[in-house]
Design a protein around this ligand. Structure first.
Ligand code: ZN
Length: 307
């Protein structure tokens, strides 16, 4: 390490939801709980564990309530459930999610394909969902999907993203995430959009969600941290994608992101050895290799065999 950073970076592990939802091999509820327990043992403290969407559209997540009923409690781990509308938020609360993450799509066409709603319609749902989440004393965040580009409409205007962020924060989403659903962000645009969202919703917490579809996720993560963001989504092994985005591939791999951060002196609370071991376990469960680089190349500095 040549540079000592002093900040903590909070990693939100999204493997059990965003990671698994695009896999053709369905993990059993028991395997999902095994995955979640391995992530907790690796140090994960915020885990996107479930989504409360139409099970006909995302069958991999049909057992979300059963997963949430069996996750280990009382260990300081916050479990996040995804919701696309007020009904989904209600189900996430009933299932015991500590946080509800509400999705709003920045483009009209993606919104209609992903959740049958435009941004305006999703914000109307958020207006109904927010008081339920507050009454249940759960945390509420909003992810703006396709915040850097849409597979159907192309470019997404920065002002659109900033406007949605301001509206979602005003409705009660304390944390706003910008999602690069199809992996088309670049580091300079990341910086500019973070500044724009900060200006539009100055008191919100900012989270970034990068996919490595075009191999730019780590560069984008660097740009986000340089721009002052402290919260990043990633998935163990780099699994993931979106069933409604053509050719979408995985999230930035937790172990690759954490390796880069630890090399620079940032702290994440995560164990690289445990993340690599979990990714190897995942390869067995899914029946194919995962995209992450660290499991192939290994950790550096090297450890002595007897260490
Ligand atoms: Zn995603």
């Amino acid at each position: 390490m040549t540079h000592t950073a002093t900040r903590n970076i909070e990693i939100v592990e999204v493997g059990p939801r965003d990671g698994l939802q695009n896999e053709s091999t369905f993990l059993s509820t028991e395997q999902k709980l095994d995955f979640i327990n391995r992530l907790i043992a690796a140090g994960a403290r915020r885990i996107e564990a479930a989504s409360f969407v139409n099970p006909k559209r995302v069958p991999q997540m049909a057992d979300s309530a059963a997963v949430m009923a069996a996750v280990p409690r009382g260990n300081g781990v916050s479990f996040i459930g995804l919701a696309l509308n007020a009904r989904g938020a209600e189900r996430a609360i009933a299932a015991g999610c500590d946080e509800v993450n509400f999705v709003i799509c920045a483009s009209r066409e993606f919104g209609i394909r992903n959740q049958g709603a435009t941004a305006e319609e999703s914000l109307a749902e958020l207006r109904r969902a927010a008081p339920m989440v507050a009454d249940a004393k759960r945390a509420l965040s909003a992810t703006i999907s396709v915040a850097f580009g849409c597979p159907f409409e192309g470019e997404v205007a920065q002002s659109t993203v900033a406007d949605i962020a301001a509206a979602a924060f005003a409705l009660g989403a304390q944390e706003i995430a910008l999602g690069d659903t199809i992996g088309v962000a670049d580091p300079w645009t990341v910086r500019a959009r973070i500044h724009a969202v900060r200006a539009a919703a100055p008191d919100s917490l900012l989270r970034l969600h990068f996919h490595n579809t075009r191999a730019s996720a780590l560069a984008n993560a660097f740009a986000a941290i340089e721009a002052g963001a402290n919260i990043l989504d990633s998935s163990c092994g780099g699994i993931g994608g979106c069933p409604f985005a053509p050719k979408a591939t995985g999230n930035v791999a937790s172990e690759d992101l954490v390796f880069m951060l630890h090399r620079a002196g940032f702290e994440t609370g995560l164990s690289l050895d445990a993340l690599i071991a979990t990714a190897h376990w995942l390869e067995g469960a899914l029946g194919h290799p995962v995209p992450a680089a660290l499991g192939k190349a290994g950790i550096f500095p090297y450890k002595r065999p007897d260490a």
